[in-house]
Design a protein around this ligand. Sequence first.
Ligand SMILES: [Zn+2]
Length: 143
Amino acid sequence: MADEKQNPEYSAPAIDWESRAYWEGAGRGELVLQRCRDCGVVQHRPRGLCASCLSDDIEHFVASGRGEVYTYSVVRQNQMPAFAKAVPYVVSYVQLEEGPQLLTNIVDCDPDTVTIGMPVKVDFVPTPSKNGDVLGVPRFVPA
Ligand SMILES: [Zn+2]
């Protein structure tokens, strides 16, 4: 009998006023990014200001969820209980179609098949918070 591979376990994220829309979007199965209404830059991680022009005129939008592996590392040792059962697993920066990069996991594939430039699409793990917020954590799977 083969070992059953497990994905990393994620705790509910710690959210604040800047990141609430992002984590709540992930809870709905949507990858929510921010766009500056003044200069048009799309940014991630969520912020109260545009990181490019410092405008506070920021809008949220649902991204395509598509991107490609910008870089990655295969983690083969991790003593943290939530991750120990998942080794080996892939930590990656994904270059999103909309421009920003997102630090994430690549799951549902053999880690040794991941390559730079590999097309991926977002997937979500529900991570309900203790106060009842419906949140999620995005990770990526081969497209
Ligand atoms: Zn801007």
